[in-house]
Design a protein around this ligand. Structure first.
Ligand SMILES: [Zn+2]
Length: 197
């Protein structure tokens, strides 16, 4: 069995600021699920824990809400990793990043140049797609039913299966069908999911 190392950089015991780093304990580089930002009462950003861009083999962005994506451009200064997301998430994230700069640009550790770099390293994916991320790592992309473009990611790292949900919704809404939860295998090893109390 593969030994996994999971670092909760944000979103543990709090709502938002989601950022989870997962890696095979024997590999140099790992995988980042979301990199969100919260804002305090003075509109100042509260960033997730740091991870070195050169330690990231790939990023998976669940959806375009700022508490899941808003810190991502701060990683695109050097050694920018590829970011997998749906085309809709990428389009919306671009708008959200620019909005975050308008809201609290002075305190945010990124500018338009880093936003551009995120989109330049984006790899669009669609629901039902299986992606070979690296030689031993494969990702399956599943509809999350939360907002347009939202996805669950099932990542298989050297045989260990990790499901990252981001925000999801099982019930159909006027806009979206519910999450394609039946496409998630029943024998997942680790589930990292939203749990609001
Ligand atoms: Zn959300």
């Amino acid at each position: 069995m593969t030994d996994l190392m999971i670092r909760v950089l944000g979103g543990g015991g709090e709502v938002g600021r989601m950022a989870i780093f997962v890696k095979d304990a024997n590999s140099d580089r790992g995988f980042l699920f979301d990199y969100g930002v919260n804002f305090d009462e003075n509109d100042r950003p509260v960033m997730p824990g740091h991870v070195r861009p050169r330690d990231i083999a790939a990023v998976f962005l669940s959806h375009a809400h700022l508490d899941h994506c808003g810190a991502l451009p701060s990683l695109y200064v050097s050694s920018p990793p590829p970011v997998y997301a749906t085309p809709l998430t990428l389009e919306l994230a671009d708008i959200m990043f620019k909005d975050a700069i308008k809201l609290s640009g002075y305190y945010l550790p990124y500018e338009d140049e880093e936003i551009k770099a995120v989109l330049e390293h984006a790899i669009p994916v669609t629901y039902g797609e299986d992606v070979d991320v690296t030689r031993d790592v494969r990702a399956s992309i599943i509809n999350a039913g939360h907002v347009p473009g939202s996805m669950l990611t099932l990542l298989e790292i050297n045989g260990a299966r990790v499901l990252f949900t981001g925000d999801f919704n099982l019930a159909p809404s006027n806009l979206l069908r519910g999450a394609d939860i039946n496409n998630v295998p029943r024998d997942v090893d680790v589930v990292i999911m939203e749990a609001h109390t």
